[in-house]
Design a protein around this ligand. Structure first.
Ligand SMILES: C[S@@+](CC[C@H](N)C(=O)[O-])C[C@H]1O[C@@H](n2cnc3c(N)ncnc32)[C@H](O)[C@@H]1O
Length: 272
């Protein structure tokens, strides 16, 4: 059993109180591993284990690279469904870019464009500023506004951010993303749908709440010691997305499990 498998097996059983210490210990171990692995990889700049943990829930280098690559392929495939690709957009924003897990794979498209990334994670953005020279990176607050002018972006993508927001933050951010998107511009984001919820074996009460309200927000052990209470785990039904996101944008596509690796649904929106 390798360390990734071992981590998956034992981490759900670590008591919440000592979970941050457990993660720090694994991060320390991974840092030692990085020193051996890094020279053999094509990348010179890869974020440290603690930042990798912030965006994937795991500190492992191989997982960080593998999952970033697959996710970018899935986002490309989603754009193909509306006959677009990353190359077609001039002004691009990643909302919730973290430490650039996706950005590093998009560099080939984004180098010649105006690329921006924003996140609440000060340490992650500091790493991006120092290491990803082709983009402009900013820290934002938990709630809008962003510093960007209105009608600025042709494409905003946001991977696994709305999967963590409570409803207040979700609606505030949908309105803000609408403000900064150009007319006919595209917003592509992911959510955790009903199928994903089924797989997670939540309680019957949770299942009933998701069915009834279409939205479920729950605190999770994994995120509790690290993130604020409004940033935890959120699930959406397709019906809820259709009824509510359409108050801000046209819903062009709802792609169930469009992100194949972890089964998030991809939603493609267009500003009128
Ligand atoms: C699961 S991580 C995904 C990061 C990145 N999109 C990726 O796929 O690697 C979610 C990210 O959303 C960021 N985030 C959460 N709430 C945010 C907010 N209100 N504004 C900007 N970023 C936010 C977190 O700090 C974190 O970096």
């Amino acid at each position: 059993m390798d360390i990734e498998e071992l981590f998956d097996k034992i981490s759900p059983h670590i008591p919440e109180k000592i979970f941050p210490d457990f993660i720090n210990m694994i991060c320390w171990y991974e840092e030692q591993q990085d020193k051996q692995k890094m020279p053999t990889l094509g990348f010179t700049n890869i974020p440290p284990p603690n930042l990798r943990f912030h965006v994937t829930g795991r500190p492992f280098l191989d997982f960080f690279l593998r999952s970033g690559n697959t996710t970018v392929c899935n986002l490309e495939q989603a754009l193909e469904q509306i006959e677009k690709n990353f190359n077609l957009f001039e002004n691009v924003l990643e909302f919730g870019c973290g430490c650039g897990r996706l950005t590093v794979w998009l560099e080939k498209y984004l180098k010649s464009k105006n690329f921006y990334g924003t996140d609440i994670d000060v340490e992650a953005i500091s790493w991006c500023k120092n290491n990803l020279k082709f983009g402009t990176f900013d820290v934002n607050d938990a709630l809008p506004p962003l510093k960007y002018q209105s009608d600025m972006f042709d494409l905003i993508y946001s991977y696994s951010v709305f999967t963590h927001l409570d409803e207040e933050h979700q609606f505030a951010w949908l309105a803000e993303l609408k403000r900064i998107t150009k007319s006919n511009g595209i917003v592509m984001l992911t959510i955790r749908g009903e199928e994903d919820h089924e797989k997670q074996c939540w309680s019957e009460g949770d299942k009933a709440e998701l069915k009834e309200h279409g939205f479920l927000f729950r605190h999770s052990n994994l995120w509790s010691g690290f993130f604020p209470s409004w940033y935890q785990t959120a699930f959406h039904t397709k019906e809820y997305v259709m009824n509510n996101f359409s108050k801000y944008f046209d819903v062009l596509k709802y792609i169930p499990k469009g992100s194949k690796r972890i089964g998030q649904d991809i939603v493609i929106l267009r500003k009128q």
